[in-house]
Design a binder for this molecule. Structure first.
Ligand code: SF4
Length: 82
């Protein structure tokens, strides 16, 4: 797969963008990731949240599957949900 360090989303084909995002997520250091159990718990909360739209959080604009992956990230909602 080609990784374009200088591409914006609008420069990429939709399929390519999704593949890049998944590839990025797979390369995240295991030491900064939450456990699989915690990850699934976070995503299940997002799936029931009114702020989830097409995989993105309307509170912060992030992709929740990426945001939920790391220990330092929190739900941006106040009060936060995870
Ligand atoms: S990160 Fe928080 S506010 Fe955003 S969709 Fe998930 S639960 Fe909702």
């Amino acid at each position: 797969m080609n990784i374009c360090k200088k591409c914006l989303i609008r420069d990429m084909a939709e399929k390519s963008y999704t593949e890049n995002l998944k590839s990025y997520m797979q390369r995240i250091d295991e030491n900064i990731k939450v456990s699989e159990q915690e990850y699934e718990k976070r995503l299940s909360i997002c799936k029931q949240c009114e702020s989830l739209l097409s995989g993105m959080c309307l509170k912060c604009g992030c992709y929740v599957e990426l945001r939920a992956m790391t220990k330092k990230q929190k739900c941006p909602n106040i009060p936060n949900k995870w």
